[in-house]
Design a protein. Structure first.
Length: 107
């Protein structure tokens, strides 16, 4: 039976044993924790950049080939993401387009 364990309760050290499922996924997956409530936008999902910790796992044919710590990048992104007095209203539609973009690409 599959078991999920953590090392010292650290969510980043989750281990899944005996799953025995083949996953042919190639691409990235973002894992986040520590949502920053003041960045909440009522739209059904939240940007991964609005979390304290952001980690990207990169897979090739189901094998994790790379892990990127993106928390510092997320912090910089938060600083530039929200529209402000200087870039409204012209910048508002561009901000809305970016916020609702569900594509997964390294930007």
């Amino acid at each position: 039976m599959p078991q999920v364990t953590t090392s010292g309760g650290d969510w980043r050290k989750l281990e899944y044993d005996a799953i025995q499922l083949t996953l042919k996924y190639s691409g990235g997956v973002l894992i986040t924790t520590g949502f920053i409530q003041e960045h909440y936008v009522h739209m059904g999902f939240q940007s991964p950049w609005n979390y304290d910790e952001v980690i990207e796992l990169v897979f090739s044919d189901g094998i994790c080939i790379n892990v990127h710590a993106l928390s510092e990048f997320a912090e910089k992104r938060r600083a530039q993401a929200a529209p402000n007095q200087e870039n409204m209203p012209e910048g508002l539609s561009e901000w809305i387009r970016k916020v609702f973009d569900l594509s997964y690409e390294r930007r």
